[in-house]
Design a protein around this ligand. Structure first.
Ligand code: ADP
Ligand code: MG
Length: 340
């Protein structure tokens, strides 16, 4: 049974960057305003994340890594949380199945101390052999720290499919950077540390568009930031969505499209939307040139398929064609406005 669970978990958590995305989303769900990431060997040796969010109650820790534990932990009166794409209760369970050890240290505001708990294969385990498998009080600040060690040590077929530690690190940094761009302008700071080297501040958060542009400049470079045009905030009530972002203009062109897409504040893929933007730029850029695009789309939650499976970052929503067309038209207007 464990082998089956492990393989299932390996389908959800493919690589360190996947695990990191799930952990970042949990920290954001917990209301964190500072998220610190530490990666050793591209996250394969150690993947650690610390946040200053609401924390997990000591009494909830035993259930934390049980599959579909969400309903047991979550206050269902808080429906706003159901709007996130993270509503599945599988991430922590899966990470515990594919890592040699997973440790959580968490403190809520009303608790006098933090509690430490260790997990393997979805259940609480003793921190040391011979000890009891219960959360242990310890020192700690408000929030949650999660550390996963030796990822995929027990899933050889997944381990073999992975690239070098350097490549896995870059994928992790890519995910963290995209979240830093989106959340830097929304008051959430990110720090990423490659173990044994310097800390990289991914953002200095504030709540404005200028901060978003500063974060982009820091993480993607000034040659891109200089050429960006603001996709002005726009709401189309008849279609139930709003959009804003930053787009490269006619003077910027690279070999590959960079497309940062957040829908309802989650990093997602939407191939038809990306294709439409590439078509829009096809007439704007020299042949073979590609744009840099960051879009934040908020779509009324009843239109979005929130039950999208964790292995699929691709998102579906109602009135997709009409919304994509409206977003592209607005983008075209903003680009034209910047040119005149
Ligand atoms: P889901 O996010 O779909 O509920 P997860 O396995 O990702 O499932 O997380 C399970 C639960 O653990 C969450 O619903 C939340 O209650 C709790 N949790 C996970 N990470 C954190 C965190 N960083 N801070 C507070 N609670 C957390
Ligand atoms: Mg989650």
């Amino acid at each position: 049974e464990d082998v089956v669970n492990r393989i299932a978990a390996g389908e959800i958590i493919h690589r360190p960057a996947n695990a990191l995305k799930e952990l970042i989303e949990n920290s954001l769900d917990a209301g964190a305003t500072l998220i610190k990431i530490v990666l050793k060997e591209g996250g394969l040796k150690t993947l650690q994340i610390q946040d200053n969010g609401c924390g997990v109650k000591a009494s909830d820790l035993p259930l934390l890594c049980e599959r579909f534990a969400t309903s047991k932990l979550r206050d269902f009166s808080d429906l706003s949380r159901m709007t996130t794409f993270g509503f599945r209760g599988e991430a922590l369970a899966s990470i515990s199945y594919v890592s040699a050890a997973m440790t959580v240290v968490s403190k809520t505001k009303d608790s006098d101390c933090a509690y430490r708990a260790s997990y393997a294969e979805g259940t609480l385990v003793p921190p040391k052999p011979g000890q009891s498998a219960t959360p242990k009080p310890c020192a700690g600040t408000d929030g949650t720290q999660i550390m996963a060690e030796d990822l995929f040590y027990n899933v050889p077929q997944r381990r073999r499919a992975l690239k070098s530690a350097a490549d896995e690190y870059n994928r992790c940094l890519d995910v963290a950077s995209k979240y830093a761009v989106h959340y830097g302008g929304r008051g959430v700071g990110f720090v990423c540390k490659k173990a044994t080297s310097h800390v990289t501040d991914l953002s200095t958060p504030a709540s404005d568009a200028a901060t978003t542009l500063d974060t982009i400049r820091l993480l993607y470079g000034s040659s891109i930031a200089r050429e960006l045009v603001r996709l002005k905030p726009r709401r189309v009530s008849s279609l139930g969505f709003s959009v804003e972002g930053w787009l490269s203009g006619a003077n910027y062109s690279t070999k590959r499209t960079t497309f940062l897409l957040f829908i309802n504040h989650r990093l997602v893929d939407c191939a038809p939307l990306k294709r439409s933007f590439e078509a829009l730029y096809g007439s704007l850029l020299p042949k073979g040139g590609h744009p840099w695009i960051y879009l934040s789309l908020e779509i009324d939650t009843e239109k979005v398929d929130v039950n999208v499976h964790p292995t699929k970052r691709e998102v579906r929503f109602l009135d997709e064609d009409d919304i994509i067309e409206a977003v592209c038209e607005h983008a075209q207007d903003c680009l034209a406005g910047a040119n005149s």
